[in-house]
Design a binder for this molecule. Structure first.
Ligand code: GTQ
Length: 347
């Protein structure tokens, strides 16, 4: 007896069901539940000098105030029209010219800033300025008021890393503008680091609770993280897959800097080549210093200082340093770990 029912009637059944918004899983199951990640994104590199040129041209045509945020989006070439660098993350280069202000707002999206160029402009978070220097990391966690200003005499450019596509996916976006360009000052610059930057957090119900106890810090200066990386390099052999790597943490819980975004720095010693490593968190990299080559699943990028590149989920990455390479990186690893999804593979 034939155990298999005839499949001849299926196309007709599909045609009849489709207007009722009903579809057969068995036709798509293996594309939905894949044995390993198949990223929709593609590896891509942006030369800083090229992007900077376009950004400065925009600076001559629109003010930071007019634009609200004068930013060029780094869009993944395989995700056109999505303003996404990976399916979950956004990247942009923001320019603030001397004397300009980017007005105060807050939103559900979490943001980090990594300074590419210039010194002395600020991001104010809930009314406290972080004075930004090259390669500093500054956070604006979700729903915290923030404005930017440039009191220096040179253009400031930083990388914006946000979870815009993640918030869009969850359909959870809220945003509002503050009346007036800037939040009133609530504390002098550096106040937060002095109070809570030494493994302390605000004690709830006291005057110290000006910052949220669960996420008190927002400024991770280059001087501090690079000293830590230097010490690590002097003391240890490099990890074969990562070189020397340190993650930025939230001192309140030792976890990633924000609920959706994790950030770290790496040092690949001169002449060292890392072994191939994959991870499920598509990652945006900035070349802080040095030069070398990144091989991303067959695509090769020559890396020069301040270039930016993206490695999609589960793409094997090998990095070869010429002179020692220092990299900054951010990804959605924080969200993936919270959801029990994050994995890596080392070969
Ligand atoms: O500085 O608040 O690149 O809200 C995109 C959205 C920057 C910001 C971006 C934003 C910001």
């Amino acid at each position: 007896m034939d155990q298999h029912p005839t499949e001849a009637g299926l196309p007709a059944l599909y045609r009849e069901m489709a207007p009722h918004h009903l579809f057969p899983l068995w036709e798509v199951l293996h594309a939905l539940v894949t044995p390993a990640p198949r990223s929709a994104a593609r590896p891509a590199l942006w030369r800083y000098a090229e992007a900077r040129d376009f950004l400065l041209r925009a600076g001559a045509l629109i003010s930071a105030e007019q634009a609200e945020r004068r930013v060029l989006i780094l869009e993944n070439p395989a995700l056109p029209g999505t303003s996404s660098v990976t399916p979950s993350l956004y990247a942009g280069l923001q320019l603030i010219l001397p004397g300009e202000v980017a007005p105060c707002h807050r939103h559900a999206q979490s943001a980090l800033r990594f300074v590419m160029e210039g010194s002395g402009a600020h991001t104010a978070v809930d009314g406290e300025k972080a004075i930004m220097r090259p390669s500093d990391l500054v956070l604006t966690p979700n729903w915290q008021w923030h404005d930017h200003g440039n009191g220096s005499d040179a253009p400031m450019i930083w990388l914006d890393g946000l979870d815009i596509p993640t918030v869009r996916f969850f359909e959870a976006s809220f945003a509002e503008r503050l009346d007036g360009p800037a939040h009133p000052e609530t504390a002098p610059p550096g106040d937060t680091a002095l109070r809570y930057g030494r493994n302390l957090r605000p004690f709830r119900g006291t005057a110290a609770a000006r910052r949220p106890g669960s996420r008190p810090l927002f400024h991770y200066p280059h001087a501090e993280w690079s000293a830590a990386l230097d010490a690590l390099e002097a003391a240890d052999a490099p990890d074969p897959h990562l070189g020397h790597a340190l993650e930025f943490t939230n001192p309140a819980d030792g976890g990633p800097v924000m609920p959706t975004i994790a950030a770290h720095v790496r040092r690949i010693p001169a002449g060292f080549t890392t072994r191939a490593r994959r991870s499920t968190d598509g990652t945006v990299f900035v070349v802080v210093s040095g030069s070398g080559t990144a091989r991303v699943e067959g695509t090769e990028f020559r890396l020069e200082e301040r270039d930016l590149f993206v490695v999609p989920s589960w793409h094997a990455l090998e990095i070869e340093a010429g002179p020692a390479l220092t990299l900054f990186a951010y990804s959605d690893r924080a969200a993936q770990e919270a959801l029990g999804l994050w994995r890596e593979g080392r070969s």
